[in-house]
Design a protein around this ligand. Sequence first.
Ligand code: CMP
Length: 139
Amino acid sequence: MSGNRTFTMIKPDAVKAGNIGNILQMMNAAGFRIVAMKYTKLSAEKAGEFYEVHKERPFYGELVDFMSSGPIVAAVLEKDNAVEDFRKLIGATNPAEAAEGTIRAKYATSIGENAVHGADSDENAAREGSFHFAGTEMF
Ligand code: CMP
């Protein structure tokens, strides 16, 4: 039975630190199925477009620079209640506030360099998934 979908990125800090495998293992152990996945790098233009909703925020420039600073892993994941359960698995945006055992508590270093992204609604998960993947790349 197929469940709901969410969208994630393993961010440049976690890739650089060698944590792709550890983070994928945590997603797998929590019951998420990989629907689509790619190792890629965002241009500053693409990162700006992806995070357009934050354009007016003071950290937007820093966010775009960081997200285009190195390779990332982008993925669509599937599980019942995917968006909410995935946000629980990754923990709070600020790693200082992330619950023990969450991905950000383990691997994030700051609110900006916080290891992973997780979509915050079903609607954004669908939008973000199709930003990175064609329908023919989702299985
Ligand atoms: P993410 O879940 O990818 O969604 C938006 C990102 O903006 C967020 O994770 C953080 O990495 C980043 N962000 C949010 N607040 C701040 C902040 N105060 N300073 C720097 N980056 C931030």
